[in-house]
Design a protein around this ligand. Structure first.
Ligand SMILES: [Zn+2]
Length: 495
């Protein structure tokens, strides 16, 4: 049996349903022999311990960045051709993994494959408003509850847009950026069950926060985004009318204009009654549900407008999502460790201030790190290669592991193609690590680092030292005062 070229990525906030999912994966008809990457998005608390016999389970943390960031950390860590996202509250059918194999073959010419979602509803009564909302998942397109994407396609667009703070619209946004509305994502045959989670009386009110996310969708994909995303058009216009009537009524009351007060109140009541009835009519109509619908319907229009306004302020001019680079290349001497000319002595290695923490912030997000360094002392005979390797090993001891080291051992006169400012080392790093130069950044301390990066089609950040010449600083596309500041800019998507 050829292995399925995917990894399973499960973002979680530590819900109990996660162990149900793990059990279901451990008991598949075709054994799950691909990595299962669980991204724990809780801010703190002890590490998750999951017991799922036979699974290649890896738990990493994304520390409260939200579901979009958790998924980004997951696919960045995965090294497979495909990435299969599953939510932590679904239960795959026993043959899910077996059917996934065929689904991915079927999607070979596209970028994605969706699973089928089943939402069990009570058989003995009509579903509540909340249950109908969950049931809507069964017909929604491209939801990440069960969705596989090609890793390189996701990487090319910077992954999920982390400005979507909750599990809402971030899936449709990525799908549109991957051309799903032009048929690049095909429907698969595998199935999951998505149970209706218990919810308190005010859940529908809290969901109005999604109006801010809708505003972001509009900024990113234009006013007709909901047609392209095949999303039902929300009630925001009606909510605005109801809220305006309510405000007019209050204004009439405050200014003792009776007619305005009466008209406003009547308008607000009519809008609220219409909303309440639209939510009550299809449901079980029992006392608890009617009470819940009446109370929340009175508050929903104003809450929806408030969140829409919040989105308007936050997202009106939102630029396209850039995300993080896949790979950060670092110069060694003067950039991550202080420059000791022709150093062959590991004892003299001293990291620049804040280097370990800054590199840790990149590693934690799944960004790959490698070093590109000129060591002409080897070519000129001052050092042998084993001394350079010993120094590099000391750098790793102090700063954590790098995925690869690219060292030019040649002297300046040798005319090699790898010594920076030639782009050879940078090109080699991208090629060997399988990273598109357009998704790579180099950080260095002198002009030749920047020139090498630019000649290889890689973005560059200069972190000058007192030895950096002023004209090199002036010529650099991006300058940061410290390595840590450069990393922060990269993490903000500014690279
Ligand atoms: Zn060289």
């Amino acid at each position: 049996m050829t292995p399925i070229p995917t990894s399973i990525v499960v973002p979680t906030v530590g819900r109990r349903s996660l162990s149900v999912l793990c059990d279901a994966l451990a008991e598949q008809t075709r054994p799950v022999d691909v990595p299962v990457i669980v991204v724990d998005d809780r801010q703190d608390g002890p590490d998750l311990h999951l017991d799922a016999a036979g699974l290649d389970l890896r738990v990493v943390r994304s520390r409260g960045g939200g579901p979009a960031r958790a998924r980004n950390v997951g696919w960045r860590i995965a090294r497979s051709e495909w990435v299969s996202f599953l939510d932590d509250d679904v239960v795959p059918d026993p043959d899910w993994f077996e059917v996934l194999a065929g689904d991915l073959e079927l999607a070979a010419s596209g970028v994605g494959s969706t699973g089928r979602v089943r939402v069990p509803l009570p058989a003995d009564r009509r579903p509540t408003d909340w249950e109908r909302g969950t049931a809507g998942l069964a017909h929604a397109r491209w939801i990440t509850a069960d969705l596989s994407y090609r890793r390189d396609a996701v990487s090319a667009v910077g992954g999920f847009d982390e400005r979507f703070p909750r599990a809402f619209r971030e899936d449709a946004d990525l799908a549109l950026r991957l051309g799903a509305d032009r048929g690049t994502v095909v429907a698969g045959a595998r199935r999951i069950t998505h149970p209706v989670r218990p919810a308190d009386d005010w859940a529908s009110l809290r969901q109005q926060a999604g109006n801010a996310d809708d505003r972001l969708m509009r900024a990113l994909h234009g006013p007709d985004w909901w047609t392209r995303a095949e999303a039902p058009r929300g009630r925001i216009r009606r909510h605005a009318a109801t809220t305006a009537a309510g405000l007019a009524g209050l204004a009439g009351l405050a200014s003792r204009r009776r007619r305005l007060a009466t008209l406003g109140a009547a308008g607000w009541l009519a809008g609220t009654a219409e909303l309440a009835w639209a939510r009550i009519a299809p449901g079980p109509r029992d006392a608890a549900e009617v009470r819940r619908m009446v109370l929340t319907s009175a508050a929903i229009p104003a809450a929806a407008c408030w969140h829409w306004l919040r989105g308007e302020l936050a997202h009106r001019h939102a630029p396209p999502w850039r995300g993080l680079p896949d790979l950060v290349l670092l110069d060694r001497d003067g950039t991550i460790v202080h420059d000791v000319p022709y150093n062959g002595d590991p004892a003299l290695v001293e990291p620049v201030a804040g280097a370990r923490a800054a590199l840790g912030r990149l590693r934690e997000r799944g960004v790959r790190l490698a070093v590109v360094t000129n060591q002409s002392a080897v070519g000129s005979g001052r050092l042998d290669r084993s001394q350079v390797d010993a120094v590099n090993a000391r750098v790793e001891e102090l700063l954590g592991p790098f995925e690869a080291w690219y060292v030019c051992p040649h002297a300046p006169g040798e005319g090699c193609s790898c010594r920076k400012p030639a782009p050879g080392l940078v090109k080699q790093a991208c090629a060997e690590l399988g990273v598109d130069p357009a998704r790579c950044v180099l950080v260095g301390d002198i002009g030749s680092d920047i020139e090498a990066a630019e000649a290889a089609g890689v973005a560059a950040h200069l972190v000058p030292t007192p030895q950096t010449r002023p004209e090199e600083v002036a010529a650099a596309p991006r300058v940061a005062v410290t390595l840590s500041a450069a990393v922060d800019r990269i993490l903000r998507g500014d690279w």
